[in-house]
Design a protein around this ligand. Structure first.
Ligand code: FES
Ligand SMILES: [Fe+2]
Length: 419
């Protein structure tokens, strides 16, 4: 039985690779990629269980024993700051009979204790206690928690469930450099939200990869955000080029890296500092800083935004006063979890230096508008009449990049499986 299931999955994976190989760049994907549970399972296996996934920030875990949990497909995972002050990740499954160990979304523990029969693990995963019932031949040393590759890169936590994760150190090294002046090591989580969108995870990402819809859908966001992050964008005008040149001189004088860099096929990673709308300094309703305690090295408020993208699942904006982080995780073919974190300087006092409503208003509204767009997109894709449609090469180049990246990564990972 197991063999048949595996063979069927292998055949389907091979078919999917073939479909993707023949898929023309610049077009949305065929319907099953947004709808079919069998396709979804293979994507989770080939993308989310193999690639580096961005899951959180180090200031979510300020002290030893702080943890948070998440699920990647059917895999419950714990991210924890261990007794050596290092952030590590484990499969959240007990080495006795497999129970989930950490049941809460987040918390703080002295040790990891399984709720079923109380096997107890050190924060670094070693099994400390299994009672005397396991017999004298039982070897605790062979029953530590299964660890997961975990990297804290400039304050952002990446994990990979692969045994041999891809080397993306070129991006990690630059990310660390770009983030170093942003104050994330002296930050705290001021607010967070989790919403479940009734849409495939790729629709959530595709929607994020273009601002074609911004003018029509995001009245709060367009007060401060500029659509382009590149002066070579065919739509960028002379005024934008001048604004960028002026800001780049300022960023240079403040020692802030700003060059646009992209990494990997289909711009798996994108890193750049960009200006906000002239006269605004932060993504708030009035365009003013949401927190009076600025973050990081520079004492200037008007620094624009350091943006970075990590495919498959995250985009981020670091401004002078706060940082906004977005993490996407697939739940089912038509359900996606979006987690948003708002970070401020850890000395900022709520109600004195910042107001949570003011801090979160723009992106709470934007997230909600994007959720509706993605959900309506999903409903239309579910139609028997749906066929892949063309993306705009100018307005939607980011979506083309994303689908190209998805296509190439799926083909590559499925091919590696066959070896
Ligand atoms: S399953 Fe964890 S102690 Fe039994
Ligand atoms: Fe949007």
């Amino acid at each position: 039985m197991t063999c048949n299931v595996t063979n069927k999955a292998d055949v389907l994976a091979k078919n999917i690779a073939e479909i993707l190989k023949n898929h023309p760049s610049g077009y949305s994907l065929p319907q099953p990629f947004y709808k079919d549970k069998r396709y979804f399972d293979i994507e989770v296996e080939q993308i989310f269980c193999k690639e580096w996934i961005l899951v959180g920030v180090s200031c979510q875990l300020p002290e030893k024993g702080n943890f948070f949990t998440l699920d990647i497909g059917d895999n419950p995972i714990t991210i924890i700051r261990n007794q050596h002050n290092k952030i590590v990740a484990f499969h959240n499954t007990c080495r006795h009979r497999g129970s989930k160990i950490c049941l809460a979304k987040s918390g703080k523990v002295a040790k990891l204790v399984c709720p079923y029969h109380q096997w107890t693990y050190e924060l670094s995963g070693e099994l400390l206690y299994a009672g005397s019932e396991m017999g004298e031949n039982f070897n605790k040393g062979h029953h530590g928690l299964h660890s997961i590759h975990c990297r804290d890169v400039g304050g952002f936590i990446f994990i990979s469930l692969s045994e041999t994760p891809a080397d993306i150190d070129d991006f990690f090294v630059d990310l660390e450099t770009y983030l170093a002046p942003c104050g994330i090591h002296h930050a705290k989580v001021a607010a967070q939200s989790q919403i479940i969108e009734q849409a495939n995870w790729k629709l959530v990402m595709e929607n994020n990869r273009e601002c074609y819809h911004c003018a029509g859908s995001h009245p709060e966001l367009v007060r401060t955000i500029l659509e382009w992050d590149d002066t070579r964008d065919p739509r960028a005008d002379e005024a934008f080029a001048q604004q960028v040149a002026q800001k780049q001189a300022l960023w240079d004088s403040e020692g802030l890296p700003h060059q646009l860099k992209t990494y990997g096929v289909g711009a798996r990673n994108r890193l750049s500092r960009v200006p906000l709308v002239e006269g605004t300094t932060s993504m708030t309703m009035d365009g003013k800083a949401a927190s009076t305690k600025l973050m990081g090295k520079s004492k200037l408020a008007d620094l624009g935004s350091l943006r970075f993208l990590h495919l498959p699942n995250s985009w981020n904006h670091a401004m002078s006063d706060h940082i906004i982080c977005f993490f996407v995780l697939p739940i089912s073919p038509q359900q996606t979890l979006l987690t948003t974190l708002w970070l401020v300087d850890k000395d900022a006092v709520e109600g004195v230096d910042y107001d949570v409503d003011n801090l979160t208003k723009v992106w709470n509204a934007t997230n909600n508008q994007d959720r509706k767009l993605s959900e309506d997109n999903q409903k239309g894709i579910n139609s028997m009449a749906y066929t892949p449609g063309p993306y705009s090469a100018t307005y939607e180049y980011g979506v083309i990049n994303f689908v190209d990246w998805f296509n190439a990564t799926m083909q590559q990972n499925i091919a590696l499986d066959k070896k």
